[in-house]
Design a binder for this molecule. Sequence first.
Ligand code: FES
Ligand SMILES: [Fe+2]
Length: 417
Amino acid sequence: MLTAARNEMLTRVGPGTPMGELLRRYWQPIGGASELDADPIKPIRLLGEDLVLYRDRGGRYGLIDRHCPHRRADLSYGWVEETGIRCSYHGWLMDEAGRCLEQPYEDTVSPKPSKAGCEVKAYPVKECAGLLFAYLGPKPAPALPTWEPFTWANGFREIVLADVPCNWFQCQENSCDPVHFEWMHDNWGNRQRGETNAAPKHLKLKFEEFEHGFIYKRVREGQSEDDRYWTVGRVALWPNGFYLGSHFEWRVPVDDENTLNIAWFFMRVPKGREPYVQERVPTWTSPLKDANGRFITSHIINQDIVAWAGQGRVADRSKENLRSSDIGIAMMRNRYFEEIEAMAAGKEPAGVIRSANAAQCIELPNMTREINTEGITLAEFEAHPLLRLRLQRFPFHYGQPPEVRRAFVEAMGIVGP
Ligand code: FES
Ligand SMILES: [Fe+2]
């Protein structure tokens, strides 16, 4: 249980708030590079700030103030040029550093046109593994971490976005909450299929901290402490990610009451299908509600979203009753409070990487590394209890577009759809 003041500290993300400042110290994934192929301009709200993301014709990414410095028109209705984005109201041109390069009428009539004071805020953007990452914190920016899975070859990757109507922290708490798998995904999934069999119970939990976040470990009925669920475990990635061996999820705050859940998936092609080179990593957005306005509950992350949004726009943590299943949650909360204090005292927050070398290929605990690095045959896929289902349909998010499914079927060398 938390007081209202402590809850606010965990959940407020705007500029100048303690948590907002902490999250701004890390590169945040904000979308897929392929999103900008059809339209190179995307309005985006991040950490309570209204911005416009674009790729100019010279290939440079920009993330700048949504409002033009002239008379504040919406730059997301502008157009991109060889360098920068031009406002459609009076034609001012801005670049990715936030500089105003042109003011067409002034440049025509004034003997000494001045752009002084017309700079707008601008944040750096980098592309990695098909994802776009932005850094909204104080300069210099730290190194962008290249997590090991981003370096894997011969895989089909896809990026899925979901606009979740609640605060980011309740989404992130779910990254350190193993017991919900048994109920929300297994037992509820069984009920939805009309089955009443009970999923294996959790018998034992352990939570640990490491350099890049937290690891949770579990033993369920039918497993032992020799199982990788106990010897390796899974990762709640500091400060707002989740890593499950073949996919990442990040909970990126849009503002205090909305979150962009952005997930990156990797599926290695079966042995014999290599070399497989993916031209472009597709990005798609998962719909969350059905025609009746109820949440879709058929897919794993859609189920998670039911839990997150169900806790309210901002969960009231003064009304909770934490138990031993929530040790990981309490541990996480304490660590955020500690990091907020450390940052206020001038210290570098946990997990920030300054060395480009150290950021090159960061390994994380992974229960299934060999499947992704060495590969398995199609027959082994089909015999695998989980991957078998992954071949049949995309189980994580509802609404995979047919063209993404077709590309996946082709990559894997299976019979579609
Ligand atoms: S408001 Fe953008 S050019 Fe005038
Ligand atoms: Fe879940």
